[in-house]
Write a protein that binds this ligand. Structure first.
Ligand code: FAD
Length: 450
């Protein structure tokens, strides 16, 4: 019987394994994961800490028994220690096991800060749900936590712990939260919302170390002074977990992540990879990027499954629609905002507009801000930021998709849209932004007098 081994039980690994088995039931599919659980959503963890979701049990979407009943060979709490590509074996618990096809979905690990005190008790990295459940029980007796970093997961943790009533200090070197993602003009409402949730922001502040007593953290040392705390949550960058694949000789790219083609094939025939362990090209620049999301990981696992079972499915370069609630304020976008475009030296024109999420007379209507970036001359869409109230996710998904298909400001300015008082206004905020952008283009810039 042909055997497929999947290393990893996150979004990419579970998609690859379950879809391969469904498409070709005669395969023997084995899943190896270091964790005790499968098919839980790590994405919900910050919201259970914040009591927005009542309990951790709600995050489990299936069980190991269910997967076994579907015919999968589940190897829980089993770390793969070696891949031998010549013999076509992996080793786990000192036992070699042969494969015909291998799917590497080893995901990410958190960047560890290179400062003194990194091994003190009370430093928490959010990933494994069991560790999060233990941490949650400890939070009941804590008063102060420090969050290090201001990426999406760090911001979700900070906002949720503030909501739970803890005093939260957020430390980041950047000038505003989410500065790698967000434009500065959107940072203000995010900052205000986090502060209203009990988060004290220490921006432009460098982490210098962790101080402890009897092996347990007591304070975080920063360039702005020491911050007392009962625990510190580290939410710096996600690093592709490539050690195993690299030792086996699989090729890595410029980002350090594994190289795959659009079918998720690695550099070795019959060996596939998907999820946060790989790099994929950005749709605009075609430059490889990493650190995408669980939804990207799942989609890539599906592509690997289809192709390894004899199908034909390509994974397109990514236009990265993203969205989240930061504090209580909803933000999102796709591809890039102005800050990233400027950092990369990509020329653009801006189209900005503000609309409402429902008919303006309908209770609950919120302002929706849209900023689009377009290529000068062609006015082809290259990025955008959307924020405020309802519909941010749907607009970011839509814009990411139409940008991939080459849409321009002209296409968007006169797009069709739904007007239905409880769910949509007569004037679509995206169309308002595009029309404003076109008007700007038509208005000659005032002559500069010297
Ligand atoms: C707190 C939190 C919030 C998140 N929020 C969102 C969100 O809102 N939206 C979203 O889309 N995504 C979210 N994510 C998902 C995320 O950021 C990742 O993109 C996603 O988890 C990547 O999936 P993956 O399968 O590639 O890797 P991972 O989820 O990292 O899974 C890797 C798997 O590999 C296994 N593994 C690694 N090495 C070995 C080995 N040697 N032997 C055996 N097993 C091994 C691990 O046990 C694990 O099962 C969140 C993640 C976290 C932790």
């Amino acid at each position: 019987m042909e055997r497929v081994i999947v290393i990893g039980g996150g979004g990419a690994g579970t998609a690859a394994a379950t879809i391969a088995k469904r498409l070709k039931p005669e395969l023997r599919v084995s899943v190896f994961t270091e964790f005790a659980d499968i098919a839980y959503s790590p994405c919900g963890i910050p919201f259970v800490h914040g009591r927005e979701i009542p309990k951790f049990d709600d995050l489990f979407l299936s069980t190991v028994e269910r997967y076994e009943a579907d015919g999968l060979d589940m190897r829980m709490e089993t770390v793969v220690t070696d891949i031998d590509l010549d013999r076509r074996t992996i080793t786990a618990r000192n036992q070699p096991e042969g494969f015909d096809q291998l799917v590497v979905c080893t995901g990410f690990h958190w960047q560890q800060p290179d400062v003194p005190g990194g091994n003190l008790e009370g430093l928490h990295y959010v990933k494994d749900i069991r560790k999060s459940m233990e941490f949650d029980a400890q939070l009941d007796s804590m008063k102060r936590v420090v969050v290090i970093g201001s990426g999406p997961i760090a911001v979700e943790m900070a906002g949720n712990l503030g909501h739970r009533g803890l005093h939260v200090d957020l430390v980041d070197e950047g000038p505003w939260v989410l500065h790698e993602l967000l434009d500065p003009d959107v940072a203000q409402p995010v900052h205000e919302s986090l502060e209203q949730r009990g988060v004290t922001l220490h921006l432009g502040t460098r982490l210098e170390g962790f101080e402890g007593t009897d092996g347990r953290i007591r304070a975080v040392a920063t360039s702005g002074g020491a911050l007392e705390c009962d625990a510190a949550i580290i939410g710096l960058h996600k690093i592709p977990n490539t050690a195993l694949a690299e030792a086996a000789g699989l090729k890595r790219g410029t980002t350090g992540a594994l190289i795959v083609d659009d079918h998720m094939r690695t550099s070795v025939p019959g060996v596939w990879a998907a999820g946060d362990v790989i790099e994929v090209p950005h749709g605009l620049t075609m430059v490889p990027i990493v650190g995408l999301t669980g939804s990207h990981a799942y989609a890539q696992g599906r592509v690997a499954a289809v192709n390894l079972t004899g199908g034909e499915l390509a994974y397109d370069p990514v236009w990265v629609p993203w969205g989240m609630v930061a504090g209580d304020y909803t933000i999102g976008g796709f591809s890039m905002g102005e800050n990233l475009a400027q950092t990369l030296g990509i020329p653009y024109v801006v189209a900005k507009g503000v609309g409402v999420s429902r008919a303006r007379y309908y209770p609950g209507a919120t302002k929706t801000h849209v900023k689009l970036l377009a290529e000068p001359e062609t006015l082809r869409l290259i990025g955008g930021v959307i924020h405020g109230g309802e519909g941010v996710k749907e607009r970011a998904d839509f814009l990411g998709f139409v940008a991939k298909r080459g849409a321009t400001l002209h296409d968007l300015a006169y797009m069709e849209n739904i007007y239905s008082p409880p769910i949509g206004a007569l004037f679509e905020p995206i169309a308002i932004a595009a029309q404003n952008g076109l008007a700007e283009q038509r208005t000659p810039r005032p002559a500069v007098t010297v």
